[in-house]
Each structure stands twice: as structure tokens, then as C-alpha cells.
Design a protein. Structure first.
Length: 308
């Protein structure tokens, strides 16, 4: 029970920090920083910061078994590519609409878990239906005001983010959250920073670095608390507590960025919130350790040798 409460607190803290991500991201792209520069610098700076802190304060978190390292690498690859699409989308659509679309990731998690031998409940299936209805209203705006390419980029970012959560959930059964956070961030850096060097190389101007610094701190704190939540709650329940993330983004986008939603988009946002709130009627299944079946079964570490 105590672990579950700790997981809920960690998931909510993570959601609060992640809610700041599109705000700082939009401020960065509005300052003229390219999407690849934003995602490249904030990721590698967060990874280096965590590596330095881990090496100084607690070196034991540097240890990871090979299958776990591969799992973190896969999670970092998925999330790294998703991050590129995320910030590219923010150059086309508002932060508020982007976060509403990105908040579909708990339902994508349910689909991913289905292929990992963890089928969704009837309630989850109903919530997926509600989410699809919500997307219809969210993208229903006067002609020319919603960029379809930006919408598709954000949906793809949400799907890739969702795919990395079950991967990390598998690894977190046997590895501490700080270790998973560190190696996942390193793997993300190995994806996004080379992409920046190869396709962009535009260095932000001196007066525009503060949104990237804000993103770095948010990424560092959000990732650490995210994986603590996954460890005690599981990928699905942690993702479903993302409603706070949505509310933070909506509130700050109105206050800081002076954005607004149409009536139909507010209806879609309400339906999406209803879909998320139905998590309280879901039955968590975190106590069941996944076996070797499913598409992620290979991440389960081998049993200890028989020493008899």
C-alpha cells in the first residue's frame, strides 16, 4: 500500500513537470530555435546532469545487466524519435492542442500492452472509443486553423512515447528507477543529438537558451519521478494519471502563451478528461510480474543458476 501511494505521488509529480514541457518547448521554438536543436540540447544536457550526479553521489546505480541495457536502449530509441516529432509538431500547432493530442498516450499504452500479452479491459476499450471521439472534436476547427501534419506528428509522438513505457516497465522490475532513467536518457541522447548534428547544426543564440535550460531541468525531474511511478504502479496506471499534465499545460498555455480553444475543442478536451478520469474504475494489475510471453518477454532476466 505504501509503495502504491509512493507511486501515485511520483506519477503526479512527473505529470506536473511534463505539463511544463510543451510550454517551454513552444517558448523555445517561438524564440527561433529549431526543433532538432531544442530536443538535442535539452536531452543531452539532462543525461549529462544525471550521469554526473549519479557518478558523484551513488555509483551503484551505474550497474545494469545486458538485457536491461538493451531495453533502455530500445526505450530511448522510441522516445527519442518521438521527441523529434513532438517538437516538430509544436512549430505547427498550439501547445494546448498539442498536449491534448499527446495525452492520448495512456490509450496507446493499452494497445501496446495488448501485444505484450496484457489485454485491455472492457472499460479500457470504452475509454479508447471516448478518446477517438475526443480527437474528432479536437481537430474540428475552422478551415486552416489546425495543421493536419502537426496533428499527425503529435499523434505519432504520443504513440512512440506510449510504446517506451511498457519497455521500461519490464526493465524496472529488476533495476532501480535512477538507473533506468539514466540509461534511457543516454539512449535518447544517442538518437536525437546525432540527428541535430547531421540535419541541423543551428546553435541557439545567447539570449534564447533559457527555455532549453528550463526544459533540461523539467526533463531531468520528470523522467526520474516517471520511472519511480512506473516501478510502483505500472506503465498503464502511471500513464493514466497524466490528467494533471494536461491541466498544467492548458492553464499555462492560456496564461503564458495567450492561446485559446474553440467550443468544439473544449468539448473534445472534456471528453478526453472523462476518458482519463475513468482510471479510478480500472483494476490495477501491477502485482503480476510479466512472464516470458509477449513481444517484450525477451527483456525478462534469466533465472539464477541452480547451485545445488
Amino acid at each position: 500500500m505504501l509503495k502504491r501511494k509512493a507511486g501515485v505521488r511520483a506519477a503526479l509529480v512527473s505529470a506536473g513537470f511534463f505539463g511544463l514541457t510543451p510550454i517551454f518547448g513552444k517558448l523555445a521554438v517561438n524564440s527561433g530555435i529549431t526543433p532538432l536543436a531544442v530536443v538535442g540540447f535539452r536531452t543531452i544536457m539532462a543525461a549529462l546532469l544525471l550521469l554526473l550526479i549519479t557518478a558523484i553521489l551513488n555509483k551503484k546505480y551505474l550497474f545494469i545487466y545486458p538485457a536491461g541495457l538493451i531495453g533502455c536502449g530500445l526505450a530511448g530509441l522510441l522516445n527519442g524519435v518521438g521527441s523529434i516529432f513532438y517538437y516538430a509538431s509544436l512549430t505547427r500547432i498550439n501547445a494546448s492542442l498539442g498536449q491534448l493530442l499527446y495525452s492520448l498516450y495512456p490509450l496507446f499504452v493499452a494497445i501496446v500492452l495488448f501485444f505484450d500479452s496484457q489485454p485491455p479491459s472492457r472499460l479500457t476499450a470504452f475509454r479508447i472509443f471516448l478518446a477517438l471521439v475526443a480527437v474528432t472534436f479536437l481537430t474540428n476547427a475552422p478551415s486552416g486553423t489546425v495543421d493536419i501534419i502537426g496533428v499527425l506528428q503529435m499523434l505519432l509522438a504520443s504513440l512512440l512515447y506510449a510504446a517506451h513505457l511498457p519497455v521500461n516497465q519490464r526493465v524496472l522490475y529488476d533495476i532501480p528507477a535512477p538507473t533506468v532513467t539514466l540509461y534511457t536518457l543516454i539512449a535518447m541522447s544517442l538518437v536525437v543529438f546525432p540527428a541535430f548534428l547531421f540535419f541541423d547544426r543551428t546553435i541557439p543564440q545567447a539570449g534564447t537558451w533559457w527555455p532549453i535550460i528550463g526544459l533540461t531541468l523539467v526533463t531531468f525531474l520528470a523522467r526520474l519521478s516517471l520511472f519511480l511511478g512506473i516501478k510502483h504502479l505500472g506503465g498503464m496506471q502511471t500513464a493514466l494519471l497524466g490528467l494533471l499534465e494536461l491541466l498544467v499545460t492548458l492553464g499555462l498555455s492560456i496564461i503564458w502563451l495567450h492561446e485559446s480553444l474553440t467550443t468544439s475543442q473544449w468539448l473534445g478536451a472534456s471528453i478526453l478528461c472523462l476518458s482519463t478520469l475513468l482510471v479510478y474504475f480500472e483494476k490495477p494489475n501491477i502485482n503480476r510480474k510479466p512472464g516470458r510471453g509477449g513481444w517484450l518477454g525477451w527483456l525478462t532476466p534469466p533465472p539464477p543458476p541452480d547451485l545445488r
